[in-house]
Design a protein around this ligand. Structure first.
Ligand code: GLY
Length: 364
């Protein structure tokens, strides 16, 4: 089991460990019992993860001497809302949860974001632990303390930065992850290579098929490399004042495409298309070589992620969506572009015309 430490500014938040391994649930239970003592530990999970791992995990925690309550929510993004928060909080109160209670998020991004959000406000905050069961969770969303629920007006509009006390990533969970979900994680992994680590990018070019076949050693090595990149970025910019924005490579256009598709495009598919667009914009603005942008497209294709847009996509609606996001957040739409693989920068000056032309070029 590998251990990485996320060292944050002690004045604002505590540091915590990310532990990565295969078949580590028994050890995880013992570590929780030893390091996060509480009268009650409440596991929040969804119906799919509960059916697969709920009993095993509950038994392991109980064996470690913990008093466990498990709360199940329906699977899927439609649960990531304030109604589910109220339901879970009601169950916490009924179970006698108090300020010492530790919440354990066992699941993917929805369970992690929702549980983190509840932990940040329940009784003015309680401790929580992330046990991500998806590839996106293990390499991205479980690390860094972004918590949120969606509002009718948009995704992640109600949330906080609130760090977990520990993250345990057991790659064995990925054995049962549907391929589409696994590919969503691959999009984030390609992103890490593109923004931060040419070596990781090359190793993906060498072994993307082995990774897709869930080669144990490669999976562990890759998840660890991504966690290391993410934790380094979060340590430097916990609250996304600057550097952390590079983690949004491919996400600006990706989010707009997802929204315009009515979320029939998955997050990873949106990010893959967004990375292709950002690469092509970088080339057109003469920052990046066409060859480097081509490497991103080829890798995404080999990962079975989309790199071309359905010609039916309403590109004007995509531009409008980008402008809507601009109104909600800052005065400018910030794009993460590349100078090289592993060398990103953030710019607010990409014109609509350029975006439209690049998206037209991706339509076929
Ligand atoms: N998923 C992007 C971030 O955590 O900042």
């Amino acid at each position: 089991m590998k251990t990485l430490k996320v060292s944050l500014d002690k004045k604002n938040s505590a540091s915590y460990e990310i532990r990565i391994g295969a078949d580590i649930l028994d050890r995880v239970s013992l570590l929780i019992a030893k390091n996060f003592k509480a009268g009650r530990h409440v596991v929040v999970t969804d119906e799919n993860v509960n059916a697969l791992y709920g009993d095993t995990f509950r038994d392991a925690l109980t064996q470690a001497g913990l008093n466990i309550k498990l709360i199940e929510i329906p699977a899927g993004e439609s649960s990531k809302n304030i109604a589910t928060v109220m339901e879970v909080v009601g169950k916490l109160l009924a179970a006698g949860a108090d300020r010492e209670t530790v919440l354990v998020a066992l699941g993917g991004g929805v369970v992690g974001d929702l549980t983190g959000f509840i932990a940040s406000v329940f009784m003015r905050s309680v401790r929580y632990i992330q046990i991500p069961t998806t590839l996106v969770g293990q390499v991205d969303s479980a690390i860094g303390g972004k918590t949120a629920v969606d509002l009718p007006q948009g995704k992640n509009l109600l949330g906080s930065f609130y760090q977990p006390k520990a993250v345990f990533a057991d790659v064995r969970f990925l054995d049962t992850l549907p391929e589409k979900e696994f590919n969503n994680g691959l999009a984030e992994i390609i992103k890490y290579g593109a923004i931060e680590d040419d070596g990781l990018f090359k190793s993906l070019e060498d072994g993307i098929e082995a990774l897709k076949n869930k080669d144990g050693k490669l999976l562990l090595k890759t998840v660890e490399a991504c966690c290391r990149i993410k934790k380094n970025i979060v340590e430097m910019d916990e609250h996304e004042q600057g550097l952390r924005r590079i983690l949004n490579f491919g996400h600006t256009i990706g989010h707009a495409l997802e929204a315009v598709s009515g979320y029939s495009l998955s997050h990873g598919e949106g990010v893959a298309l967004g990375m292709v667009a950002a690469g092509r914009i970088s080339v057109r603005m003469r920052y990046l070589s066409a060859q480097a942008a081509g490497r991103i497209e080829q890798l995404a294709e080999r990962a079975c992620l989309p790199t071309r847009l359905d010609p039916a996509v309403d590109l004007t609606a995509v531009i409008d969506r980008l402008k809507m996001d601009k109104k909600k957040k800052d005065a400018v739409v910030r794009f993460v572009l590349l100078k090289k693989i592993g060398m990103p920068f953030v710019t607010g000056s990409v014109g609509d015309k350029m975006i439209l032309e690049v998206l037209e070029g991706m339509s076929q």
